[in-house]
Write a protein that binds this ligand. Structure first.
Ligand code: FAD
Length: 381
């Protein structure tokens, strides 16, 4: 049975960011590393967007970036001030090519296309079973999300950021290529948190996504009808759908890190790296993969990697509200973005604010809802 120092079960966003950083650091040349994924990681299976103030390590593959965006509800349309932030978009296929081009330069890093079926930490090393063969690893990074962990408990609500998006080309010029639509709550809420999200590439081309933050998925036809209605409201009668993307991203404060062992670290969505209140994962994966590569040089017990922060608790409060009263999402996000100053909110969501800055953001939100949620959690934690 072949032994590796590090095995990555799943070569998704978090694994690839970590492996990339391991490779370019130059500090792990003596380590044998294996990435295992069922998929060849070549297709454009998703687009990632994230806000960033400075240059990022993926800047050379940024497909589009914007310096403002629109926030809307049924009363107002607000131009968001980014104050130095940019909203960047990366195509999945470009990211995979970028990372694999680097990994291929390192003979100590291998990739196999196999399905992982099991792994177990003996305390000494980790046995990793795939459908094709078995391996041992000194350390395993598990990037395979197991939805049953969060689903089988009731303490932490589990919502989904679920959506279908159409990449459309229109005959008439209708989009503003300089201004994505961050959240448009002016659509019927139907008792949920529902909004449209638009990423424009030109005045005739955009990805238009119907998105919900709620517990239950819809039938495909309902997302599709909502996109059709939205396009019609924009005055678009003639368009071609050139691609579709869909997703269901877990939004939960469930403590995935409790499943870490001395030699197994859960990373990415599997490790709770998805921001529970938004479903955004790219920036957390960027930040935490950098922290992880540093940790690997100094620490060896993976149960010590995770550090709980107050932001985890803020996310929990918001998810509690959305879980109990899903129709309140529009009101909460509208209150947050009311002034149009997006930068403090981006900083808060990136978990970079001071405590007094946290209060500044939270105090914009409907106080009654948050105080009731705080009270419930304080007697219930
Ligand atoms: C369509 C879509 C759009 C998104 N857009 C954004 C966005 O704009 N911004 C943002 O921040 N987040 C976004 N997300 C959320 C999040 O960033 C992604 O889901 C991200 O890819 C999650 O990264 P990850 O590391 O957890 O795992 P993933 O990238 O999902 O990778 C998991 C890997 O495990 C592999 N795998 C699964 N089971 C097995 C098995 N048994 N054996 C071997 N391999 C296996 C899969 O093939 C996959 O490669 C989006 C998600 C989707 C689906």
């Amino acid at each position: 049975m072949k032994h590796y120092n590090y095995i990555f079960a799943g070569a998704g966003l978090a694994s690839l960011m970590t492996a990339y950083r391991i490779a370019v650091s130059g500090n792990f040349k003596e380590k044998s590393i294996l990435l295992i994924d069922t998929d060849a990681k070549k297709t454009n299976d998703r687009t990632w967007c994230f806000w960033e103030k400075n240059e990022g390590f993926t800047d050379e593959i940024v497909y589009r970036k914007w310096s403002t965006a629109l926030f809307a509800n049924n009363k107002k349309r607000i131009d968001l001030e980014f104050n130095g932030y940019q909203y960047k978009m990366i195509r999945g296929a470009d990211f995979y090519n970028f990372v694999f081009a680097e990994l291929q330069k390192h003979p100590n890093i291998e990739f196999v296309q196999q399905k992982v079926v099991d792994f177990v930490d003996s305390g000494f090393n980790v046995l990793v079973k795939t459908e094709a063969e078995n391996y041992t690893a000194s350390k395993l990074f598990n990037n395979i999300y197991n939805p049953s962990l969060a689903a089988s408990q009731k303490k932490y609500p589990v919502l989904q950021q679920h959506f279908i998006g159409w990449h459309v080309k229109t005959t008439e010029p209708v989009f503003n290529a300089e201004k994505p639509v961050f959240m448009d709550f002016s659509i019927p809420q139907k008792g949920n948190t529902r909004f449209m999200y638009v990423l424009p590439f030109s005045n005739k081309e955009a990805i238009v996504e119907y998105t919900l933050f709620s517990a239950d998925l819809l039938a495909d036809a309902e997302y599709e009808q909502a996109i059709e209605d939205y396009l019609k409201n924009l005055g678009i009668s003639s368009y071609e759908i050139i691609a579709e993307e869909r997703g269901s991203i877990p939004m939960t404060s469930y403590p995935f890190w409790k499943h870490n062992t001395k030699n197994i670290l859960n990373i990415g969505t599997a490790g709770g790296w998805t921001k529970a209140s938004t479903g955004y994962t790219f920036k957390n994966a960027d930040r935490l993969s950098a922290k992880l590569v540093q940790f690997l040089s100094t620490g060896s017990d993976f149960t010590k990697f995770h550090k709980k922060s107050r932001f985890w608790f803020y996310d929990l409060l918001l998810l509690d509200i959305l879980d109990r009263t899903n129709q309140n999402g529009s009101q909460i996000f509208s209150a947050m973005f009311k002034t149009g100053k997006a930068a403090p909110i981006f900083k808060f969501l990136d978990e970079e604010t001071t405590f007094s800055e946290d209060i500044g953001v939270i105090s914009k939100c409907p106080k009654g809802l948050f105080l009731a949620s705080l009270f419930r959690r304080s007697v219930n934690l």
